[in-house]
Design a protein around this ligand. Structure first.
Ligand SMILES: Nc1ncnc2c1ncn2[C@@H]1O[C@H](COP(=O)(O)OP(=O)(O)OP(=O)(O)O)[C@@H](O)[C@H]1O
Length: 224
């Protein structure tokens, strides 16, 4: 469960998020809003990449300020740009590195890596050099690297921007199938069908909060 207590974030003298308050308990939550409305900042608050200037963010009761390491283990984060999170030269090494860092090795770890590669259409890519893959392929590698760690909560910041229709579908099917809670920041409103709740950000505040159809209508009205 995500709990936000009067959270504000100031960056470079600008109030980027302003008094965000509430609890997020639904399994599939979408975040939409205009460019610069604070969506990425909000997403980064959830795994402690950005800390509140005032107020607090708790994940399953853990304060992101004081329990950052535990929060990061719980919250998988997928960036819009896969190059922000790919660190190893080959696909197999990169997808396996998080497990290695957690001292998970041997057959069980290899099986988890193989399953993650298969889920994202990367079987046979193990020895390919990541820098030689396309942007969309790299995004699938980054997603596999996050999912292999089986995070309890998954935060995705515009994950489908680089993806073609097939891989977008693959990502959305994965999000629909997994047990974990999902927070999806997106400009692709079609991706929100079937979501439980959508937050509409506007100028650092939550301007609307409701089911997808209603929230998207509110977002369209704000943009017109
Ligand atoms: N370090 C910083 N210093 C000053 N302003 C910042 C800083 N980081 C972010 N901002 C500003 O904060 C605002 C919110 O940025 P954020 O990236 O959260 O928006 P967003 O809703 O994700 O936008 P987009 O849809 O374009 O990705 C923007 O106006 C941005 O310029």
């Amino acid at each position: 469960m995500i709990s936000l207590d009067e959270v504000s974030v100031r960056r470079g003298g600008t109030l980027v998020l302003d008094g965000i308050h509430g609890e997020l308990t639904e399994r599939r939550i979408g975040i939409v809003g205009a460019n610069g409305s604070g969506k990425s900042t909000f997403a980064r608050l959830l795994n402690g990449l950005i800390l509140p200037t005032s107020g607090s963010v708790r994940i399953d009761g853990l304060d992101t300020k004081t329990a950052t390491k535990d929060v990061r283990r719980r919250v998988g984060f997928l960036f819009q740009n896969p190059d922000n999170q790919i660190v190893y030269p080959t696909v197999g090494e990169d997808v396996g590195f998080g497990l290695k860092a957690r001292k998970a090795t041997g057959e069980a770890a290899s099986a988890r890596v193989a399953a993650a590669l298969e889920r994202f259409g990367l079987t046979g890519f193990e020895d390919r050099l990541v820098h030689e893959l396309s942007g969309g392929e790299r995004q699938m590698v980054a997603f596999a690297g996050v999912m292999v760690l089986e995070p309890r909560l998954l935060v995705l910041d515009e994950p489908t921007t680089l993806l073609d229709l097939r891989n977008t579908r693959r990502v959305m099917e994965t999000l629909a199938a997994i047990d974990q809670s999902v927070i999806l920041v997106t400009h692709d409103l079609d991706c929100l069908a079937g979501f439980d709740r959508v937050l509409v950000f506007s100028e650092g505040r939550i301007a609307h909060d409701g089911p997808p159809a209603e929230a998207i209508a509110a977002y369209r009205a704000l943009a017109s």
